[in-house]
Design a binder for this molecule. Structure first.
Ligand SMILES: [Zn+2]
Length: 75
């Protein structure tokens, strides 16, 4: 079968979505403290923490946890 450009685009979107959701939120939350510490220290993010940054862009739930943690640390 031949894929139309539209179908290919849909497939690619599906793939990138799958990659972004590779880890569960629990796994991100496990590393969130580490991420926040690095974030606040102003140093560049190691490879392992970039995935967390990407997930925060996509996931409101983890974004909220991130903001809450930031707030807690600022107080
Ligand atoms: Zn999440």
């Amino acid at each position: 079968m031949t894929l139309t450009p539209k179908q290919i685009e849909a497939l690619l979107q599906m793939l990138s979505h799958t990659q972004a959701e590779e880890l569960s939120c629990d796994e991100y939350l496990d590393r969130l403290a580490e991420y926040v510490e690095t974030y606040l220290s102003g140093s560049s993010l190691p490879e392992g923490l970039r995935a967390i940054e990407g997930h925060l862009d996509l996931c409101n739930h983890c974004q909220e946890e991130f903001q809450a943690l930031l707030k807690a640390l600022e107080d």
